[in-house]
Design a protein around this ligand. Structure first.
Ligand code: AMP
Ligand code: TRP
Length: 333
């Protein structure tokens, strides 16, 4: 098996949740443990596309790095660093913004969602956000990018930028064409309160998500209060598409236990939802409690986290500085 070059990023905007874990970080750990070359970035430059309190940002950068480690990313195997400590990201982002086309960016659905109705008031950074993301990936010649489904369109843009650059500068293979790694069966964890909305950091109700810092009691309570419907436990996979809340809870169980959905439906056949929720709580608590405890333990040791980030930055700087030099040369600088 040829090894992959993995790059992915998570924004340090607080409240990392079960969706981040299942959609992204769980896969980071698996890819690392298959001995791929992995770089995981706390994308703090992306975070400031919406206003951040500087004190909170500093705390959240450390907490996101601590979450990576608590989930099983090992700083002796993978590079962990924060984006703003490596100047190549900002520099490459500018260079690539002269390659990307306005028409491509104007199709990005995440901008439309985040900017909301009054898009004239959104920051320019929020609009060009996917170019910075392309820079992150292309700088390290990443071949594969593990992300949740919501990032698929941004990945396609990174591929388009890469192809256009290679083509315009007659430099085949200068940039790799990165492949997204998105789980096919369950790549979008939904809100516990509304099966049509994704689980999100910014949702006002804390009951809508399971935070990776929640303790066992909080998790049990949130799952108890999660929305279900009045129909019995499903016995056919095909029925799930019309029952988004049920599909989500079953997806969470399946994804955390690696149990196939049809086996799971068999296991709980004829049982009621309160029984299923009890079992689901056990599964979630078993996975998340150790992570939550470790995040809290690491929270008391900011010196260690800062050291991991600083060693990671050093390595990321070494890897990226040559690529920027070569890139500038291509432009004629
Ligand atoms: P963000 O918190 O937006 O920086 O996202 C970090 C990673 O988590 C990205 O790969 C996202 O695609 C993934 N992610 C965020 N929310 C969800 C969700 N509700 N379901 C699955 N993946 C998610
Ligand atoms: N945009 C991604 C998100 O919000 C985070 C991100 C930034 C990223 N740069 C990246 C993900 C590079 C993968 C690769 O989830």
């Amino acid at each position: 098996m040829t090894l992959k070059k993995i790059f992915s990023g998570v924004q340090p905007t607080g409240n990392l949740h079960l969706g981040n874990y299942i959609g992204a970080i769980k896969n980071f750990v698996e890819l690392q443990n298959e001995n791929n070359e992995c770089i995981f970035c706390v994308v703090d430059l992306h975070a400031i596309t919406v206003k951040q309190d500087p004190k909170d940002l500093k705390k959240n950068i450390r907490e996101t790095a601590a979450t990576f480690i608590a989930c099983g990313i090992d700083p002796s195997k993978s590079i962990i660093f924060n984006q703003s400590s490596v100047p190549a990201h900002s520099e490459t982002s500018w260079l690539l913004s002269c390659i990307a086309r306005i028409g491509w960016l104007s199709r990005m659905t995440q901008f439309k969602e985040k900017a909301g109705k009054d898009k004239e008031k959104a920051s320019v950074g929020l609009y060009v956000y996917p170019i910075l993301m392309a820079a992150d990936i292309l700088l390290y010649d990443a071949t594969h990018v593990p992300v949740g489904e919501d990032q698929k369109q941004h990945l396609e843009l990174a591929r388009d930028i890469s192809k256009k650059f290679n083509n315009d500068f007659n430099a085949p293979n200068f940039f790799k064409i990165p492949e997204p790694l998105i789980h096919k069966s369950f790549a979008r964890v939904m809100s516990l309160k509304d099966g049509e909305k994704k689980m999100s950091k910014s949702e006002t109700s804390d009951l809508s998500r399971i935070n990776l810092t929640d303790d066992a009691e909080t998790i049990i309570n949130k799952i108890k209060k999660a929305k279900t419907d009045i129909d019995p436990f499903p016995n056919d996979v095909n029925n799930l598409n019309t029952r988004p809340e049920i599909k989500n809870l079953i997806g969470i169980y399946s994804s955390l236990t690696d149990m196939k959905i049809d086996l799971l439906l068999n296991k709980f056949n004829g049982k009621n939802f309160s029984f299923f929720k009890e079992k689901l709580s056990e599964v979630v608590v078993e996975k998340i409690s150790p992570i939550s405890n470790e995040i809290k333990r690491l929270g008391k040791d900011p010196g260690y986290i800062d050291q991991v980030l600083s060693e990671g930055s050093k390595k990321a700087n070494e890897l990226s500085s040559k690529k920027v030099r070569d890139l500038k040369e291509k432009f004629g600088f």
